[in-house]
Design a protein around this ligand. Structure first.
Ligand SMILES: [Zn+2]
Ligand SMILES: [Zn+2]
Length: 132
């Protein structure tokens, strides 16, 4: 016991543990990296299939129509900056307030009255015809 302690100086122990720590880390990285890539791939596949299914089936049709939005604008999640943003409606010029930088081109009254997508301005009736 005493002999063993004499053989391992603090420097040696430090060298050995840091070397084995980095070896261990490399081994862990190698083991976990493919798992994370697979998880990401599985998640991506599922979420894109789900989106495609929603674009096809329009499962929240009532909510979407009430929001006066086309299918892509309603179902595709937009990336946005977290900042209160003001933007005038393209038709009536009334200033609109949004909780993020993801704004819509029209206000809800203008969009609903003209059957346009509030977000992108697409003609919702023309889209309905095209989907048939
Ligand atoms: Zn308007
Ligand atoms: Zn749209």
């Amino acid at each position: 016991m005493q002999r063993a302690a004499a053989e391992f100086s603090p420097e040696l122990v430090e060298q050995a543990t840091s070397a084995s720590r980095s070896r261990l880390q490399k081994a862990l990285d190698a083991v976990h990296a493919p798992v994370q890539h697979e998880r990401f791939a599985v998640y991506e596949r599922r979420s894109r299939l789900k989106l495609a299914q929603s674009l096809q089936d329009d499962p929240q049709r009532q909510r979407r129509v009430l929001a006066s939005m086309c299918r892509p604008c309603f179902y595709i999640v937009r990336l946005a900056g977290a900042a209160i943003t003001h933007q005038p409606c393209m038709l009536c010029d009334q200033n609109q307030t949004y909780p993020s930088t993801a704004t819509d081109v029209l206000c809800l009254p203008c969009a609903t009255a003209r059957h346009l997508c509030k977000r992108c301005g697409a003609d919702l009736r023309a889209l309905q015809e095209a989907a048939r």
